[in-house]
Design a protein around this ligand. Sequence first.
Ligand SMILES: *Cc1c(COP(=O)(O)O)cnc(C)c1O
Length: 374
Amino acid sequence: MKYFDLKAQYKRLSDPVNERIQVVLNHGQFVLGPEVLELERALANRVCVKHCIAVSSGTDALLMVLMALGIKAGDEVITSPFTFFSTAEMIALLGARPVFVDIDRQTYNINSELLESAITSRTKLILPVSLFGQCADYDTINEIAQRHHLPVLEDGAQSFGAFYKNRPSCGLTDIAATSFFPSKPLGCYGEGGALFTNSDELEKLLREIRSHGEIARNHHVRLGINGRLDSLQAAILLAKLEIFDDEVVARGKVAKRYSELIREAFKNVEPDLRVTPPFVEPHNTSVYGQYTIEVASRESVRPAMEAHEIPTAIHYAQPLHLQPVFSYLGKHQGAYPAAENAATRVMSLPMHPYVSEKQQTQVVDALKDAVFTT
Ligand SMILES: *Cc1c(COP(=O)(O)O)cnc(C)c1O
């Protein structure tokens, strides 16, 4: 069994993907070709925002927003300590300070009740993450941000396709970033990402930054990066977009069945044998970027599942404030208890739209065996 199976998807999509790729090979505009513009329009429509800017990765997407907002040394950006590294990495890369706010224990997203107390006169941006496929509490976050005149950037790298109160992820904040890394809910066959905003001003800045701050040949008005998406990746994404809604439904079905099997298998057990399926807020839908459960004895459960040839993954074993590179922030064990607790207990199960019912039964049987015998 595979943790993540791109081959099953390719089997279904090989004709349209191959045709789309052939078109690019024929026209030869490999960077920012017509497919990129077509993709930008399709994605902007999907999330109901005015502008989509397709870029080279989710990490570069975050970096470019921070550059566009002029984030620099001495500034503070509020984010989650429980996320993929690059969320905080890009803040620090520009010399600014990541200021962490602890997470909600059930959703793993930033705890909006703790948000306001982290705002200082140096705060320049709030950067919540929509982790594992469900959105953070954006109504509350936006309301706090507006009161403090701060922009909000959603890191929607794991949540593209999800809905918050019937509104799409990446269309909820001043600006949003997503990733098309192959293992994300909407993935390409290499590196890619996108930015979303209704602001004409930000769009213009971001398009400039995406191409070295160049506005006409050899005329650079600011510093930028090489942040462009290539046409082959856009072509692949356009083909995948045709079946994306269907795949989101399939992911939801896989998740629902996992949760039912887990509840059944672990009902009435003692606390230290408990296995907790993911919690999705009633006002949210999740695209299950990861299907992440909590177990008490992860260190013994994982190898036992591996013995049954069931792959698992940990997202994330170490909260960001405890990463060696962020030791200078002076946040020690105990600083963000919910994030630290999650980091010791979370474990992700194989998740993609093509996990079969039989495979799911195998996974949960192996989990049962691992929990009850170790
Ligand atoms: C994957 C991911 C990123 C980075 O995206 P890349 O395309 O891999 O650079 C950023 N934030 C989160 C939460 C992610 O999951």
